[in-house]
Each structure stands twice: as structure tokens, then as C-alpha cells.
Design a protein around this ligand. Structure first.
Ligand SMILES: Nc1ncnc2c1ncn2[C@@H]1O[C@H](COP(=O)(O)OP(=O)(O)OP(=O)(O)O)[C@@H](O)[C@H]1O
Length: 757
């Protein structure tokens, strides 16, 4: 910071004729919060006074500011012409880079000026214009330090237009400004004259005074209905056109290709949409201005007094910069502040610095830009208009974010649907009613016949024979296969709960009904509803079910509105419903309604060699899922499977095989050889009546229950093997224990091998 033995070049507030040795043009950036900045170009031989009075070219409306607080003016030093700042004997002083100045001081690049709580940056580098302010001290009093008087507060900007309208250019005129409001006003002498010329007398069409609420509100409503980015873009342009009459507007939206080009340092592609007054041509912003605006965290810029500044505007065909003012606003959805950020931690200064030094990446690029220019000779754009552009841009960003989100949700929904359909097809492929026996072939044939029809089907059979599998096979072979298959076990629920499960309930229908719930009839709409254990349904509910099956609508429990659904019902039971009808335990009318087509699933004991087929199917699938390599049954094991009566049917068989695979050796995998599961590995612990009988019989005879299934030869072989095991394979000792000749033992072993025992 250099104090000057200054020779002031001018001591009036009016523009003087620019001498040949004026300092180079510079910018004074007045930071207005983090989202927008005012840029004033310091050029020519002009003295820029700053203070509370609206007669200053730069007005800082704050109680802390003196009427004429400071001035920036050209000065001559031995090194040449410079811009210098002087304190005009203000009450609260002027600081440059946090040090209060005592004498006129030369301004150098990036100097931070603090006046009455406002922060201003002096720069010659347009690349820094869009940079949000870096606060040296979060506790500086006054408006720039945040709080209710924050310069980011839009209300502060509203007064700017009013100030311009007042057009008060006298030093001493009292304009009735509030002493507490925070308002900054920036005009240049030339600019002020032009503004006065153009905007006085105050007219209703004055863009600066225009009430932006209506167009912004209309835009918010229109964007809420918009279905495409293009539609949103058109709406934004229409709104900006209303808010910025006479301005030329370009809207840039960055698609994936543009984003990657921008990250690699490429220029802007042509704007997506342009609005311009007749007879004018749109010109893209110059590169020095684009770069800073693409920076992460960049603020929107309003630059005035741009005439002739090549760094801020693009020349016309005659090579002139005929632009009066510009707005360049990045389009960014408002970032939601995280709780951690709100609670502090990192200081504002650290965060701003970090943000300012992030590299540009595709993810931190703005989604687009709004570029507005006004031509020379027309009123400059106002901070109020800048604020409206930023507001419109934010509403636009929220709208396109919603459209993107909706599109991405639709995409993931489609993906999920594709996955569901693939899984359904896989499932349908796996739903096979395995078996070659006569009775199971009949079932397969009945499924094929009934599936394409809309008829109700009654599936009957003992527990665990595969009734649910049959219902599933019917659904997957039917035209409803892409709809839901919903199964409900009527035996598992109390009467009331079953009713609410079937038909749903309204909120408050009964204690615990805290919210409305759709019933299975509604959930299964378009698909199939399997009602398992239908024989366990109460007679009341049977009557309600009958009505629905006859095509009548139903109501949710506690509800009034009739509901109709399109559901195919497949009922299943292990009971003899006809007998139940005779005992008045099942409604006859419902029985006939359900019994349109009956499929009787045979028990496993009537399926002959299907037992082995199913057992092998389960063995392979469990071996695969448990990574046990290749497994197979020994002959003895197969015989054991075939002989068992399987009171628990397929479910029991499945469980026996699963257990055998679980207990099979882990090292079975890998050597290529199939590991054999022996009869001993198949532990059958049936608990049906038949099995209980067997257990009792076995207990009386002293043998194990499954030995009752063995032939004498098998039993003998099993004993021989056990003895051999106990002698460690010593045949001589084993034959002594067994009380037979060693040669007899050899003969028996050979025979057993031949017979596959
Ligand atoms: N033919 C078959 N092929 C392959 N697996 C079958 C077959 N039949 C039944 N299963 C299997 O047996 C098990 C029991 O079948 P399911 O649950 O369909 O019988 P269920 O008759 O509906 O039983 P419950 O009477 O207890 O409701 C299931 O794991 C099923 O996959």
C-alpha cells in the first residue's frame, strides 16, 4: 500500500477532459453478497466519489458511511499515472487491505477496499470480476458482513432504481434516504447523465422501476407446467424479454458435449436462444469474460460504462464496442447448504478461497449462462435488473433440475421394469412341474389347458405336493403373466385380519388401522390372486368372496366407495371341500363357483420314479447353490428314496436332500469326480402319522426307523460295513466279530458291489 504525495488531477465531481496520461482503465467491483456483483469501469480523468449522499457516483447507503466518504481519482506518481483512493475526512475511515489509510493511497491490483462495511475490489483483470468476495473478517460491522442488512438481501437492490429516478446530483441535497437501509448506487458522471436523460421524467415503462414480481411469478407457474428443457428456455427468454425491454439476450445451455469442450478450454457454442431488438445483432461475450463466469462459485456480473471496453464486450462489424452495459449470469441451481456448513467449521474466507481455486470440472460448471447487453445510448442495466435476471435464472434452474430428475427417474423405472420382466421370464422358465409319471402328466396337461382362459381354478392336493407351484405355473402360462401374482394363505390370519388383507381398509377402520391399505384384490389387479387354504375361510368371508367372484364391486373395511378389480382367482386346499359342504362348513355356492376347473395334484407316493427325478433335481440345485461340486446318489440311497412313503410330499423330499447336501463334505468340489451320497446320508425324520407309527414299530424292534425300509441284504451289508469301520478295515478281525469265514466276508462284499448295495 503506497501513500501518495498526490497531485490531484481534478477536484470536481464532473468528468474532465481525459488527458493523454490518464491511468489505465480499471474496475471497481462492489460485491453484493455471493451471487451478484456490480462492476464499475474506472476510465478517463474522472473523480469517483463514494459516500452516503446520492450525489456521489458511487453511493453506499449505510449509517456508517459519511455523506462524502472517499474518492478514487487519477493521480500522477513518478512511476506514471495511477488510480488512488483518499479518505474525505470520513467518520469511520477507509481501509485498504484491512489497514486504515491516513493519506491518499495508490490502488494496486486486487486491493480490497472497506468502506462503511462494504467491500470493494480494485482490479484491472476482468477474470476476477465474477469472483465472490473474500471476506477478511467475518465480523466487520455493517451491511457487507451479512445479517439482516446483508448486501445479498434483494430488498437493498430495490432502492437503486428509486435512487436513479431521483436523479439527485447535488452534493448537499437531502433525498430522504433511510439511514439504516443498505443501498449502494453506482453511477458514472457520463452514465448518470445518460440515465437522467433516458429515465426522467419517471415513466411507468421505466425498466428499472418495473415490478418484476408478475413476470417472475408467471414464469414460475409456466415452468411448473413445462415438460422439456426447450420449453423452459423459451419461458425464461420470454420473461427476460419482459424484464429487460430493449436489451439483447442470449441464453446458453450446456449439454454434455459443450461441457466437456468447456472443461478442455473450448469457447462457447452459439447460444441456444436469442432475443434482440429489431436491427441489432447478437454478439457472444468476449473470452476474458466467459472464463471467470465459468469458475465454480462465480457471481453474476453487471458491468456498466462498458463503452469501448474490449475485455467486457465484443466489437460490432465496424470494430467498435457499442455496448452500454452488460449482465452475464451463470445459471446454477441454488446449492443446499449442508448442516455442517451452516454450523460453521471452516471460515467463510477459507471456503471462498477454496472455491475460487477449484479447477473447472464438468460437475461444477454452471448449466448455462444468460448474457444481456444494452446498446450505447440506451439506459444502462440496473442492479435491480441484475437481481431479477439472477432470480429468473434460479427459478429456471430448479425447473430444469426437476425435468432432469423426472427423466432420470423415468429412465431408472424403465430399467427396473426391464429387470423385473427379465426376472419374471427367468422365474417362469424355472417354474416347472417336474415329473414323467402318469398323474403328473395329467396335471401338466390341465395347466396348459386352463392357463390361457380366465376361469377360476381350484387346486387340490395334500400338503406339500406343489399346489402353489401349480398356481404359479398357471399364472406364468396365462396372458396375465406380466401382471402380479399375489398369494394369500387364508389359514394364517384371523377372520378380521383376513378380510382386511383381502379387501383392504380405510384409515381408522379399526384400532391400529393408522393408514389406508389396499387389499390383495386391489394389489393383484391385472394379475392372479392365489388363495391358499381356502377351506379355512370363515363362512361370512366366503359370502363376500363369492360376491366378488361373481363380478360385484367390494369396499375396503371401513370404506364406502365401491372398488372393482380385474383379478383371476386360483384357490387351493388340502381339504375335501365337497365333504365340508356336506358338513355345512363350506358354502355350496362358493364351492361350485371355485370348482369350475379342478386340478388334483397327486401325492409323491403315487408318482413312481418321479421321486428320483425330483430328488436329483434338488440334489443338483442345492449342490450348485452350496458349491459342493458334483454329487450323486448311491444305488442304495436311490432305493431308500424310492421306498419311503413321503407323507410330507415334495417339501419333505426337498428338505431331506437339502440336509444331505449341507452335510456333504466341503472338499467334494473340484476334483471332477462326483461324490456319492449314501443311504445313510439321507436322514428322514418324517413326523406324519405314518412315520410316527414307524418310529413306534422301530422302537419295539430295537432298530432305527429308516432301517425298516431296508431289505435284508441291505441291512446285512450295512452291518458288515459298520464292523469293518470299527476294525479299521481289518477283514480278519471283522469276520471273527461277524462269526463268518474270511472267504465268506470277501464273497459278500463282492456280491454287494455287484448289486450296487
Ligand atoms: N413338481 C415339482 N417340481 C419341482 N418342485 C416341486 C414340485 N412340486 C413341489 N415342488 C416343491 O415342493 C415345495 C412345496 O411345494 P408347494 O409349496 O407348492 O406345495 P403346496 O401343496 O402348496 O404346500 P401347502 O399345502 O403346504 O401349501 C416347494 O419348494 C416346491 O418348489
Amino acid at each position: 500500500m503506497q501513500a501518495l504525495p498526490v497531485t490531484s488531477k481534478s477536484n470536481t465531481t464532473q468528468a474532465a477532459a481525459a488527458p493523454a496520461n490518464s491511468p489505465p482503465d480499471a474496475y471497481l467491483v462492489v460485491h453484493r453478497g455471493t451471487r451478484w456483483t456490480d462492476v464499475i469501469r474506472l476510465s478517463g480523468d474522472v473523480r469517483w466519489t463514494i459516500g452516503r449522499s446520492s450525489s456521489n457516483p458511487i453511493v453506499l447507503r449505510s449509517a456508517q458511511s459519511s455523506r462524502h466518504h472517499a474518492e478514487i481519482r487519477p493521480a500522477i506518481t513518478p512511476d506514471g499515472p495511477v488510480w488512488a483512493i483518499a479518505d474525505l475526512k470520513s467518520r469511520n475511515g477507509v481501509s485498504v487491505n484491512s489497514r486504515r489509510i491516513q493519506a491518499p493511497t495508490v490502488l494496486t491490483e486486487a486491493d480490497q477496499i472497506e468502506i462503511a462495511g462494504f467491500e470493494l475490489t480494485f482490479t484491472r483483470n476482468p477474470a476476477t470480476l465474477a469472483r465472490p468476495p473474500v471476506r477478511n473478517s467475518p465480523n466487520i460491522g455493517g451491511p457487507a458482513s451479512g445479517g439482516s442488512g446483508s448486501a445479498d438481501d434483494g430488498a437493498t437492490q430495490d432502492n437503486l432504481a428509486k435512487d436513479w429516478r431521483n436523479g439527485d446530483s447535488g452534493y448537499d441535497g437531502e433525498n430522504g434516504e433511510s439511514e439504516v437501509d443498505v443501498v449502494s448506487q453506482i453511477t458514472t458522471s457520463g452514465l448518470a447523465r445518460r440515465l437522467n436523460r433516458e429515465t426522467n421524467p419517471v415513466s411507468d415503462n421505466d425498466p428499472a422501476t418495473m415490478d418484476a414480481a408478475d413476470p417472475l411469478l408467471a414464469m414460475a407457474f409456466a415452468l411448473g407446467r413445462a415438460e422439456s428443457i426447450e420449453e423452459c428456455g423459451e419461458t425464461l427468454m420470454q420473461t427476460l424479454d419482459e424484464l429487460l425491454p430493449g436489451a439483447t439476450i442470449g441464453l446458453y445451455l450446456f449439454d454434455a458435449e459443450q461441457r466437456s469442450a468447456l472443461v478442455q478450454g473450448g469457447g462457447l457454442s452459439p447460444p441456444r436462444l436469442v432475443r434482440q431488438p429489431k436491427g441489432t445483432r447478437y454478439r457472444r461475450p468476449p473470452t476474458p469474460l466467459i472464463e471467470p463466469i465459468l469458475q465454480p462459485n462465480s457471481a453474476a456480473i453487471l458491468a456498466r460504462n462498458v463503452l469501448g471496453d474490449r475485455r467486457l464486450a465484443t466489437e460490432n462489424t465496424a470494430g467498435e464496442i457499442d455496448v452500454e452495459s452488460i449482465i452475464l449470469a451463470p445459471l446454477r441451481p441454488v446449492a443446499r447448504e449442508s448442516a455442517a456448513n451452516r454450523s460453521g467449521g471452516e471460515s467463510n474466507r477459507e471456503k471462498s478461497l477454496a472455491a475460487n481455486h477449484q479447477p473447472i470440472t464438468e460437475s461444477n460448471l454452471p448449466v448455462g449462462l444468460v448474457h444481456v447487453t444494452t446498446p450505447a445510448g440506451s439506459p444502462a442495466l440496473t442492479p435491480n435488473q441484475l437481481r431479477n435476471v439472477v432470480a429468473a435464472g434460479e427459478i429456471f434452474c430448479q425447473a430444469i433440475r426437476s425435468i432432469h430428475r423426472e427423466a432420470s427417474l423415468t429412465r431408472s423405472l424403465k430399467k427396473s421394469e426391464a429387470v423385473i420382466n427379465r426376472l419374471r421370464r427367468q422365474l417362469a422358465g424355472r417354474i416347472q412341474i417336474l415329473g414323467n409319471s402318469e398323474p403328473i402328466r395329467l396335471v401338466q396337461q390341465q395347466i396348459a389347458q386352463v392357463a390361457p382362459t380366465p376361469s377360476v381354478v381350484l387346486v387340490r392336493g395334500e400338503s406339500g405336493v406343489g399346489k402353489e407351484l401349480v398356481a404359479s405355473a398357471i399364472h406364468h402360462a396365462s396372458p396375465r403373466k406380466d401382471g402380479p401374482l399375489v398369494c394369500l394363505n387364508c389359514a394364517a390370519l384371523s377372520k378380521d385380519l383376513l378380510e382386511s388383507e383381502l379387501f383392504g381398509h380405510e384409515e381408522g377402520a379399526f384400532t391400529g388401522a393408522t393408514q389406508q391399505k389396499r387389499g390383495k384384490f386391489e394389489v393383484a389387479s391385472g394379475g392372479t390372486l392365489m388363495l391358499d387354504e381356502i377351506g379355512e375361510m370363515s363362512l361370512d368371508l366366503q359370502a363376500k368372496l363369492l360376491r366378488v367372484l361373481e363380478g360385484h364391486p367390494f369396499e375396503r373395511v371401513g370404506g364406502q366407495s365401491p372398488i372393482r378389480t380385474d383379478v383371476r382367482v386360483v384357490a387351493a386346499t388340502h381339504r375335501d371341500l365337497r365333504a365340508m359342504v356336506e358338513q355345512n362348513k363350506f358354502r355350496e355356492d362358493l364351492f361350485y363357483r371355485l370348482n369350475v376347473v379342478e386340478i388334483l395334484v397327486p401325492p409323491l407316493r403315487e408318482r413312481g420314479r418321479d421321486v428320483i427325478l425330483l430328488a436329483n433335481h434338488f440334489l443338483q440345485s442345492f449342490a450348485e447353490s452350496m458349491a459342493r461340486g458334483r454329487l450323486k446318489f448311491s444305488t442304495l440311497a436311490e432305493k431308500k428314496l424310492q421306498r419311503h412313503r413321503w407323507p410330507g410330499n415334495v417339501r419333505e423330499l426337498r428338505n431331506v436332500i437339502e440336509r444331505a447336501v449341507v452335510m456333504s463334505p466341503m472338499d467334494a468340489a473340484g476334483d471332477g469326480e462326483a461324490t456319492e451320497l449314501d443311504a445313510n446320508d439321507l436322514i428322514i425324520t418324517a413326523v406324519s402319522n405314518a412315520s410316527k407309527e414307524n418310529v413306534a414299530k422301530a422302537g419295539r424292534s430295537g432298530g432305527s426307523p429308516d432301517e425298516l425300509e431296508l431289505s435284508l441284504a441291505e441291512l446285512e451289508m450295512r452291518h458288515i460295513r459298520r464292523v469293518l469301520e470299527s476294525t479299521g478295515g481289518n477283514k480278519s478281525r471283522a469276520s471273527t466279530i461277524l462269526g463268518i469265514e474270511r472267504s465268506t466276508l470277501d464273497r459278500k462284499l463282492k456280491r454287494a458291489e455287484k448289486d450296487g448295495l
